[in-house]
Design a protein around this ligand. Structure first.
Ligand SMILES: O=C[C@H](O)COP(=O)(O)O
Length: 248
């Protein structure tokens, strides 16, 4: 099955109004790559200004709360990011799991809340280095999927990002065959969970993706795109990744 590639950036807790100038070059690269999707998840305060700065570029959030509203100090709801015109949110990023103790059950509720609000979700999974060294990587990742992918999830609103925790921001990446093996395991698990819809669902790889390794990583079997952190902060670093995705 042909799946449209998605190259998504995650600015994490970086960026300010001045850095939105980077989105101009990224938006042009996206326009020049009509065969793929390009998106950037910015800090919540930058969602509306990012959309104003780069109309037509898909802008999203990096997290949402699962509740519609209420006593959740510091959190942001799906309706709030939707009002700012975000199209999607990342959920379950390993940094949120580590910093905020997020559980798979919460991630599942966030996915359901996004879908109910008409927004897309990029759900992150991934193992730590200790888990990989212990031979538990596949078990950890498939366990995260089993506990966080909503019943009946569909490819038109949910994508999965496999991000080995040890590859994030470290300059280390798994081998292409390790990435392909994990993505195959993810797809197999998704078939168990959501049936044939699994074959339409995009599986992104994330962790130290750069313009230098994007062609190799994006070319791995069952890799349908990338979730890019550090290299998404500037057009100079992100555009080559978009171009690599468009060439495949
Ligand atoms: O969400 C993005 C990932 O955590 C990857 O970050 P990185 O490209 O800086 O390694």
């Amino acid at each position: 099955m042909t799946r449209r590639k998605l190259i998504a950036g995650n600015w994490k807790m970086n960026g300010d109004l001045a850095s939105l100038a980077e989105l101009g070059g990224i938006a042009i690269a996206a326009q020049n790559a009509p065969g793929i999707d390009v998106a950037i998840a910015v800090p919540a305060t930058l969602i509306a200004p990012a959309i104003a700065a780069a109309p037509g570029l898909s802008i999203g959030a990096q997290d949402v709360h699962w509740s519609a509203k209420g006593a959740h100090t510091g959190c942001i709801s799906v309706a709030m990011i939707a009002e700012a015109k975000a199209e999607f949110s990342i959920i379950g990023h390993s940094e949120r799991r580590a910093d905020n103790g997020e559980t798979d059950a919460q991630v599942k509720s966030k996915a359901e809340a996004l879908h109910a609000g008409g927004l897309d979700a990029i759900l992150c999974v991934g193992e730590t280095l200790d888990e990989r060294d212990a031979g538990q990587a596949v078990a950890v990742v498939t366990g995260q999927l089993a506990a966080s992918v909503p019943e009946g999830a569909a490819a038109d609103w949910l994508s999965i990002a496999y991000e080995p925790v040890w590859a994030i921001g470290t300059g280390r990446t798994p081998t292409v065959s390790d990435v392909a093996a994990m993505h195959e395991a993810i797809r197999t698990k998704l078939r168990e969970l959501i049936g044939a819809e699994a074959d339409a669902m995009r599986l992104l790889y994330g962790g130290s993706v750069t313009g230098d390794n994007a062609t190799e990583l994006l070319g791995a079997s069952d890799v349908d795109g990338a979730l890019v952190g550090g290299a998404s902060l500037t057009a100079a670093k992100f555009v080559p990744i978009v171009e690599a995705g468009a060439r495949l």
